[in-house]
Structure formats: structure tokens, C-alpha cells
Write a protein that binds this ligand. Sequence first.
Ligand SMILES: [Fe+2]
Ligand SMILES: [Fe+2]
Length: 301
Amino acid sequence: MTQQAPHPSPNCDAVARRLLNASAVRSYDPCTEIDWDAPLAPDLWFWPPERLTLYGTPLWERMDHRQRVALSRHEAAHMARMGQWFELAIIRSLTRYLMSRDDLDARAFYALTEMGDETRHITMFGRLLGRLECRAHSVPAHIRLPFPLAAACFQDITTFTSALIVEEVLDRYQREAMQDERLQPLVRSVCRLHVSEEARHVSFARAELRDAVRRASRGHLAFHRSFTALLASHTVPALVHPDRFGDIGLDPRQARHQARHNPHHRDTLLWVGEKLIAFLTDVDLIRRPQHHLWRRCGLMA
Ligand SMILES: [Fe+2]
Ligand SMILES: [Fe+2]
């Protein structure tokens, strides 16, 4: 698949300049912004209980408070580990975006700034994982192994749609978690820092995506509608469905089954996907033939 030549876009240029200014004023170093040594409170949650995959299931009803808190710790660790991997994927995609450009303008400078943000986030999630002391959650092989091949087909539409999928999903969860006083202060601090920098990434991706769609031919757009829906149907379940339930003393098969068929969690995923699906539909990246793939990943009703 050939790479697209960059096209001038006054709107993308203006957005990038605004985001560069905002980054200069409000960028954070998680090493110094977060109190990594503060002790964890024994009874506080690590993730809002209502957003846990097993909330409301028969298994949940049988769990005591300690086990439920352990599940929240486990699911926060899963989100942090998946966040690390998917942000590495975003860095790789942004590298392709940069290397396809003739010159390094404001948009390129912002992409570089975003890559810098993501390297700090990946480190921050790593430190959080260290404090959570959960066994490492592995990125599923069906995501990890084909990624280099799939990434070879990435163009700007795929790059910014896949970035938005990860960023909008994490943003929806974390925006709520950072305000939840039942949660560990450490988790809330990580979410707060991430949300504040990711808001800029979402603005950049939305502007770039609108521009990429505007200049795509009908054939290209049709290909990328299907390709991005296929990517979502593969990646979103890995992001939002944790594994390793056995680590907290649950029967893994039973827990996986109940989580996947949990109507409460299904509603959570629809809530998570609201803004993303509305935006992608608005820019003509989701049409009826792709609905079944977006439904399969849980973000669309
Ligand atoms: Fe990030
Ligand atoms: Fe990001």
C-alpha cells in the first residue's frame, strides 16, 4: 500500500499550532507530578465497581468486598498494560505519518510532541503496574503478531482512527475514574494526568482524520471504512476484556463467560463508545455495512 503525500490544510495547521502552545503550558512529568510512594489504602477501589466486567453478575454477587476490590485492582492493571502496548502502536503509526511528509511543519512538530507525551504515559503506566503488583497481563498474540503486517497498510485514515479508538475508550473510563472519590488517590492521579494530555491528542486526531477523509478517493475511503472496522473488532475486546481471572481466585472460564454476557458491561461499552461512534459516523467512516463489526466490538448498539 503506497503512502499518501501530505497535503496542506490550514485547519490542521491551526489546530497543531494551538496544541503546541497548550503543550508548552500544560505538560506533566509523571515522575514528579505523582506521589509514587504514598501507601495504598486497604479498602479503596482501584477502578469504579460499576465499570468492572463482572459487576452485577451471579459471580459478583458471591464475591466479598475484598475479592471485589482485588478484581478492581486486576482490571486497572489490565487497562494500564493494554494502554502501554496500544500507545506504543500509536507511536509507531505517528512515525509513519512523519516519515511520509516532505517537511516538518507545525503538524509534524505536534506529532513529535504527542510521541513525547506517549513515552511518558507508557512509563507512567509501567510505574502504576509496579505499584499494583499484579502478574503481567499479556497482550493477546492475535493482536501482537499480525500488527506489523497490518501497520504496513496504515495510511493517515487508519493511523488516526486507530489512535482515536484507543484514546476515546481510555478517556471515557479515565475521565470518570479521576473524579471518583472511592478510588485510590494514585489511580486517580494517573487518570487525571492522562486525561489532560490525551484531550490534545484527541483534538489532533480528529482534525487530521477529517482532513484525511476529505482528500481520500471513494475507493480508498471504502477500503478504510472496512479496514478500521475490522481493526476495532479485533482490538477493542482485548482492551476492555481482562483475562487472568484465575489470579484472584475465580474460575477463569466461568468468569470470562459471565463477563462477556454481562448486560451491565454491555451497557458500559455502549457508554464508552458513544462519542467515538458519533464522530466516526459524522466523518463518514462508519456506514451500515460496517455496523456488524462495530457491534461485534461492543461499542455500537
Ligand atoms: Fe497516552
Ligand atoms: Fe494519546
